[in-house]
Design a protein around this ligand. Structure first.
Ligand code: URA
Ligand code: CA
Length: 433
């Protein structure tokens, strides 16, 4: 087999075989083909697409390019969740402890944030002394003790994705549905859970800007998961405005705790109830989604979710006192308020721009190796449909740098559309597949 023939075949819109996909992935990981050849094939895939079979061959070859986690040491149906990435998207920190407290094991590998979308590992790293890089042995003992572990990705989990993603990032080939499907699903399949609940974000603060492309991505991921023998549910949820009102790392930990305490309601809680309800359903703890959502809410009301969160922090060496004393978490000393230039109703938000402002505060990364300011971020004061007077505070910026706070402030002034007539946010949960 020859990589040039494979590139030409895809360039000419022909379907690749299982053997050709395996050859491509293996040679990329072994360094037997050049970056420009990998990039050329990724671009041919970007332009000409992949059939469902080809996507499945590619994903399977990627799964087999590295380690596959074996979670059979834990009894029960293990359920994983994944969000395609959004702004103020703090769901894992809320859902995982609730679901785990109900006896469903959650052993989860999460990523760091990049660009406007945040990552669970950065949020957890804002907790003093919390450990996010556990050895495989530590994961096993932590999982046996509390039923809940969240750790950074094993270095040898889908090495093919690391190579492809780095090249896609610099060759304009990130937003290809088959490439996103294979990237996300290869990592989820290699992580070893029996079932996966996917939160596919749709709107101005997500990869997928409209419902049609979000649905295509969701169906693609569900198909690949089912073919690999896993029960997969995809929820399509709105990212037309930040999901929660706290955006950053320590700030999102605080909002997650507030939801677990039952103090914060609204869209973030609603999406968590739906995703968690689907996890409980797939784990056969309940027999309908509605029952699952009710059980999630009950576990907030009775405090068991919060109790599991404390236990989880302690189990990974963090200080559980942060739950009762937020001053133990970092918070930027430079604070800037964004004032409304006029009276009216919030009719639209540019959520990607709010995410970029979050990056500018220091809370996110432009480049993969950038450091993160854990105490930086934004607190949003308004939601779509809300009424404001001239001079009201729309948002507050936190940073440890005056210069960075100013950059964020500038972006935020352009993120809100204010109208004379009241408008409503669209549906929060757009579909469940
Ligand atoms: N997230 C991933 O892990 N991979 C993609 O390709 C896009 C989003
Ligand atoms: Ca994430």
């Amino acid at each position: 087999m020859n990589i040039v023939d494979i590139i030409i075949k895809k360039r000419d819109k022909k379907a690749l075989t299982k053997e050709e996909m395996e050859y491509f992935v293996k040679s990329a990981v072994n360094g037997e083909i050049a970056d420009y050849q990998i990039s050329a094939l990724l671009m041919a895939i970007f332009i000409n697409g992949l059939t469902e079979d080809e996507t499945s061959f590619l994903t399977e070859a990627m799964v087999n390019s590295g380690d596959i986690c074996d979670l059979s040491y834990i009894d029960g149906i293990k359920v994983d969740k994944h969000s395609t990435g959004g702004v103020g998207d703090t769901t894992t920190l809320i859902i995982a402890p609730i679901v785990a407290s109900l006896g469903v094991p959650v052993i989860k590998m999460s990523g760091r944030g990049l660009g406007f979308s945040g990552g669970t590992i950065d949020k957890l790293d804002s907790i003093p002394n919390f450990r996010t890089s556990l050895s495989p042995e530590e994961v096993v003992s932590a999982a046996k003790k509390t039923n809940l572990v969240i750790t950074g990705q094993n270095q040898n989990l889908v090495p093919a994705d690391k190579i492809f993603y780095a090249l896609r990032d610099v060759t304009g080939t990130v937003d290809s549905i088959p490439l996103i499907v294979s990237s996300i699903m290869s990592k989820k399949l290699a992580s070893g859970a029996d079932s996966i609940v996917l939160d596919v974000k749709c709107g101005s603060g997500a990869f997928m800007k409209d419902y049609t492309s979000a649905k295509e991505l969701a169906m693609g991921m569900v198909n690949i998961g089912n073919k690999a023998g896993k029960k997969v549910t995809a929820v399509i949820s709105s990212m037309e405005q930040p999901l929660g009102n706290y955006i950053g790392n320590s700030l999102e930990v605080i909002e997650a705790i507030e939801v677990l305490k039952g103090n914060t309601k609204g869209d973030l809680l609603e999406v968590c109830l739906t995703l968690g309800g689907a996890m409980l359903l797939n784990a056969q703890k309940v027999s309908t989604l509605e029952e699952g959502k009710a059980l999630m809410q009950e576990t907030i009301n009775n405090g068991k979710g919060l109790e599991k969160f404390r236990e989880f922090i302690k189990n990974q060496n963090g200080n559980p006192e942060i739950v009762d004393d937020y001053s133990l978490l970092p918070l930027g000393k430079i604070v800037k308020e964004i004032y409304s230039p006029r009276e009216g109703y919030i009719s639209k938000m540019d959520t990607a721009l709010i995410g970029e402002a979050m990056v500018e505060t220091g809370a996110g990364r432009h480049q993969k190796a950038d450091p993160v300011d854990y105490g930086a971020g934004i607190i949003m004061n308004v939601r779509i449909g809300g009424y404001i007077k001239k001079g009201d505070v729309l948002a507050k910026v936190y940073s440890s740098s005056e210069e960075k706070a100013l950059l964020a402030e500038k972006l935020l002034y352009n993120a809100f559309t204010i109208s004379d007539t009241k408008s409503h946010a669209g549906k929060l949960i757009l579909d469940i597949i």
